[in-house]
Ligand binder design. Structure first.
Ligand code: SF4
Length: 409
């Protein structure tokens, strides 16, 4: 849910329509595209808005599923040439993709299989909300080839869920997790810390209860106060007290330590996986692999330097009836300097950190020397770890990662 939203600042120029490729350019491009492409499809509808959410999503009541699905399909067919035809991963995220009516989902997935070569597909992720998990939907999702489910649970304490204005109860989320873990080989649950009123023991209860059901992956996020959300407005009006920073940090440490004790690898700042169960699709963002994003507000990357961001223009998707479909978007080709900074920023989010040989071959030995020299003070106070060929954040470095990354770019 989060991943396609951290890129918009890379995109500056508004380009309403891309030019059409000539036949020759088309074949040149296709033959030179890397074979590790991912497809992201954004479904921007939710039943109700969570209090903290600043994602692009609208009320399900305004969804016009038929025209929306038709336009998504038109977009993915017309833009398929931007990535290798052989897909490695598919990710349908939102919003709440599990809201999409069964027939529309079937049409969308068939169009994906018709458009791309999915013979070597490694992962097909689908985001769901607990209230949509039932035996009929599970059958549909499984039959469509979905093999990884990601579900927003956030907490298993009703008081915390109702503070967040979530649409489900703790019992509903627990039962949904139980069913999913029995039905799919890969299950991620999102949990949240820093909810006002949350305590070490209530967080431990939520995580331990989920662990008893054996999900393969956890994404853990701190509650964020984004501008313009009801959460921030209410805090500013004094309706509640934001959690003290130190206590929030202790909740984060507790999360990491429980998951570590239970065999999860902390492989990215917010992500924990059982060995062999990392998210392949999400890892491609940190590994600079190409991906195509379709749907309002979805982002794309060509694996080299070109980033594109669709405008969050839902109206375009539910009112455009033309056969030529290319939604308004921003597009930017990153300069060498921007790629350098982005590489440091994204790679340092991961457990392996920066591969120094790869860094040197991309940006040169001189840049590598500068990086190591800037990193020295953090290495000596153990916030960064320099091993033979990698520079990575330590657990204590993760807690101040923003400052460290800023100092290195
Ligand atoms: S379900 Fe997810 S996308 Fe929808 S409002 Fe809540 S946090 Fe935002």
């Amino acid at each position: 849910m989060v991943l396609l939203y951290f890129l918009p600042y890379f995109c500056k120029k508004f380009i309403p329509f891309r030019c059409l490729f000539s036949g020759l350019l088309f074949f040149t491009l296709i033959s030179s595209l890397p074979n590790n492409s991912g497809l992201y499809v954004h479904i921007p509808f939710c039943r109700k808005k969570c209090i903290y959410c600043d994602f692009f999503c609208g009320g399900a009541s305004i969804a016009k599923w038929d025209i929306f699905t038709e336009n998504l399909i038109k977009e993915l067919k017309s833009r398929a040439i931007e990535i290798s035809p052989k897909l490695r991963t598919i990710y349908i995220g939102g919003g709440t993709p599990s809201l999409i009516p069964k027939n529309n989902l079937k049409l969308l997935v068939s169009a994906i299989y018709d458009t791309f070569d999915c013979s070597e597909l490694k992962e097909f992720s689908f985001e769901v909300n607990p209230e949509d998990v039932n035996s009929e939907n599970i059958k549909t999702w499984t039959n469509l080839g979905i093999n990884r489910i990601s579900m927003g649970v956030q907490s298993l304490v009703d008081k915390e869920l109702s503070f967040l204005n979530r649409n489900h109860s703790a019992d509903c989320a627990y039962e949904a997790t139980r069913i999913l873990c029995k039905s799919f080989p890969e299950v991620n649950v999102d949990i949240m810390f820093g909810i006002p009123g949350q305590t070490l023991s209530s967080l431990e209860f939520s995580i331990s209860s989920l662990l008893s059901l054996h999900p393969t992956h956890f994404s853990a996020y701190s509650l964020m106060y984004e501008e313009g959300t009801p959460l921030t407005t209410l805090r500013d009006k004094g309706a509640f007290l934001e959690m003290d920073e130190e206590y929030n940090l202790s909740l984060y440490k507790l999360t990491s330590s429980i998951l570590d004790d239970n065999g999860f690898e902390h492989y990215e700042i917010s992500n924990y996986a059982q060995p062999g169960h990392r998210s392949i699709h999400n890892s491609s963002y940190w590994d600079f692999h190409p991906y195509l994003g379709v749907g309002p507000s979805a982002h794309s990357f060509d694996g080299i330097s070109l980033r594109r961001g669709n405008f969050p223009d839902l109206k375009y998707y539910i009112s455009n009836h033309s056969s030529l479909f290319n939604p308004p978007h921003t597009e930017e080709s990153l300069s060498a300097e921007e790629l350098h900074d982005e590489y440091i920023m994204l790679r340092l989010r991961t457990r392996e950190g920066i591969d120094l040989s790869d860094f040197s071959s991309r940006f040169g030995k001189k840049k590598l020397d500068i990086l190591i020299s800037k990193a020295e003070s953090f290495i000596s106070n153990s916030q960064l770890i320099l091993s033979q060929n990698n520079l990575s954040l330590s657990e204590s470095g993760i807690m101040t990662s923003d400052n460290i990354i800023l100092s290195l770019v």
